[in-house]
Design a protein around this ligand. Structure first.
Ligand code: ADP
Length: 402
């Protein structure tokens, strides 16, 4: 079965075409600047040179039409006909309390995703555009939605409720949902596989640290706590997001600076984190470079990022009453040798012992970076959210045909 995985943003659309017989990627790509002058399409057929095109793509339906044309193109295509694509899987950020797992797209699922627009105003409307655009271009092809929040629906009330009037939960479902669920799910399973130990027996802390960053406490394969909250702003310090702060700062700053709700939201989501403290960049590579050149602000940004990450690991070790495995994943987690080193150096009280040589190895495979004596296994596991979406889509569509 060939499955197209789509991750639609408000002005972008990422895609990957999978052949599920061997889970290989036939092609992937990105449409950027949808709805703006000169959209850019980057198409990457596996094993062949990338193709970049600039054209006018005003909305998502045209974007998908363009993607399908590239996938079937005589020269740069990887399939003969669109009919070969038997299902489409979509990444959807917010599944609220409706979706505890991935689901087939039908009228009910669409209505629920729409009801969640309020909770994820930047993300869910974009996913809906992707779903509608797929329907328009590929009528009758089954679609599946895979949610960032679903894996965290196993959290207990103690972890997901905020200590604010209950009426806000009852009326508006204000609570912790958590994000990056497909990644936390994937890497925790992959860690157990790598170690050859049953997932049910393991207490795992998964650190997904990319542009956005979140930690999850996984007990016996289930998410029991996670650092992102009702929105992706809570928790760790991130590239441009503040992470945790005293909520009273928000009205205080709004008052002093005469900021609107949108302005303060934008400050905390887009102008905070590594970017704000370093004054240079939201990208950990540039922060590390700055630090190595002796830039004090970059060093402070790095130190705060590491300090907050390590505090969260400590709090999740407490939440789990112990930890067997710590997993690093995503852009920073998979690549930053120095961040992993600093974090692990400060976790010796848990019995963590890093093997510096193993930590310096670069590979796209799951690997151990702790020493043989370490009481906690520390692993680097490359995440693959698209593969999870393709697998879930495959499973749900196969069950339809059964
Ligand atoms: P997203 O959250 O957008 O999916 P990624 O998981 O791809 O992001 O992570 C992107 C981030 O990974 C970049 O902003 C960069 O800071 C970080 N990164 C990538 N490579 C390295 C590296 N070699 N060293 C440190 N950080 C890196």
């Amino acid at each position: 079965m060939k499955i197209l995985v789509i991750n639609a943003g408000s002005s972008s659309l990422k895609y990957q075409l999978y052949d599920m017989t061997d889970e290989s990627v036939l092609a992937k790509g990105l449409v950027e600047r949808i709805g703006m002058d000169s959209s850019i399409v980057t198409h990457k057929p596996t094993g062949r040179p990338d193709v970049t095109e600039v054209s006018e793509i005003l909305e998502h339906t045209t974007a998908i039409r363009k993607v399908l044309a590239l996938l079937t193109d005589k020269e740069n295509g990887v399939i003969e006909s669109v009919d070969e694509i038997q299902a489409v899987g979509h990444r959807v950020v917010h599944g609220g309390e409706f979706f505890k797992e991935s689901a087939l797209v039908d009228a009910e699922a669409k209505s629920k995703i729409r009801q969640l627009f309020d909770l994820a105003p930047l993300h869910n409307p974009a996913s809906m555009l992707g779903i509608k655009a797929t329907e328009a271009n590929m009528p009758g092809v089954p679609q599946v939605v895979v949610f960032d929040t679903a894996f965290h629906q196993t959290m207990p009330e103690t972890a997901y409720l905020y200590a604010i009037p209950r009426v806000l939960y009852n009326k508006y479902k204000v609570r912790r949902y958590g994000m990056h669920g497909t990644s936390h799910d994937f890497v925790s399973k992959a860690a157990a596989d790598f170690l050859g130990r049953p997932l049910e027996d393991l207490k795992i802390i998964t650190c997904h640290i990319g542009n956005g960053a979140s930690l999850t406490a996984v007990d016996g394969g289930k998410s029991v706590d996670t650092s992102m909250g009702m929105t992706p702003l809570e928790g760790l310090m991130m590239g441009t997001r503040s992470g945790d702060l005293d909520p009273a700062i928000v009205p205080y700053v709004m008052n002093k600076e005469e900021l609107t709700v949108n302005e303060v939201n934008s400050m905390l989501n887009k102008h905070s984190g590594l970017l704000a403290i370093s004054g240079i960049s939201s990208d950990m590579r540039e922060i590390t470079e700055g630090m190595e050149k002796g830039d004090a602000h970059s060093k402070l940004a790095f130190d705060m990022y590491e300090y907050r990450l390590r505090k969260y690991i400590g709090s999740y070790a407490a939440a789990l009453n112990g930890v067997d495995v710590i997993v690093f994943t995503a852009g920073v987690g998979e690549n930053s040798v120095v961040l992993r080193k600093k974090v692990c150096e400060n976790l010796t009280y848990l019995g963590v012992e890093l093997d510096e040589e193993l930590n310096a190895v670069r590979s796209g495979e799951p690997r151990r970076i702790s020493s043989r004596n370490s009481k906690v296994e520390v692993l680097v596991v490359p995440t693959n959210e698209e593969l999870v979406i393709a697998r879930d889509t495959n499973r749900i569509v196969q069950s339809l045909n059964a």
